[in-house]
Design a protein around this ligand. Sequence first.
Ligand SMILES: [Zn+2]
Ligand SMILES: [Zn+2]
Length: 296
Amino acid sequence: MKETGHTIILFYKYTDITDPVRSKNEQRLLCEQLNLTGRVIVAKEGINATLEGTTENTEKYLKVFLADPRFANTHIKRSVGTGQSFPKLSVKARKEIVSLHLENDINPSEVTGTHLKPAELKKWYEEGKEFYVIDMRNDYEFNVGRFKDSVLMPVQNFRDIPSALAHIAHLKDKTVVPVCTGGVRCEKASGLLVREGFKDVYQLDGGIVTYMEQFPASEFEGSLYVFDKRILMHFDPADKHTVIGICEKCQEKSERYVNCKNPRCNKHFLCCENCSESDGRSFCSTECRDKILTLI
Ligand SMILES: [Zn+2]
Ligand SMILES: [Zn+2]
């Protein structure tokens, strides 16, 4: 890793947390003491976090975190920080760490897909095995980077996955590998597929970020969308980097995200500099522009 003195850590752990509010308070105190920024969500089902701090402090944090028997063996993903990837620290106790809005929620400790190591998936690609990578991320995430030939779920939000299953019903008897950024969403999404009768369900261990780290400039093409100020991550050298993002206005290659200038819409989409206005921003559609004009 290139040294900047700052590190971003990304991790999740499904485990029983009997008192999420108490855990939330402990987490907040620890993060504040170490000047960490980022997001932590604690629920009865576990913890999900992305944090940034000086490398010394993120390591101090992990020493305390991993000493807790509930969190031992958590897979920690580290990447180079900027020192300002997050505007602040947010620590919350919620009902779930990720939500599918199901009446009967999935407990990944009971039902989930088989964990597939990145090296095994790589081997599958090389052997030409028949399998289907199912991207469980939102459309604006896979628009800028995805596994080649992957099946994209037509959703703008993870909670819409259950209602979009018809899209992959033809794969029920096939080998399927759900993927997401770091793996936390696929613990549940793969469990949902098992529950829905899919026969051979895996999930990419450590998520796309781990695969890209181990096999840069490989089957994952483009950049990885991340939920912090970096917006995009890629591990391949600049001269090997392929851009697959496309400006929604002119269809030219672009990895530049904007939010629709209509605050009611706020759609997050790819729009190149040429197609943006002088302030660098843009409306997603003529409807959004016209609505604003009638408001004025
Ligand atoms: Zn454009
Ligand atoms: Zn819009």
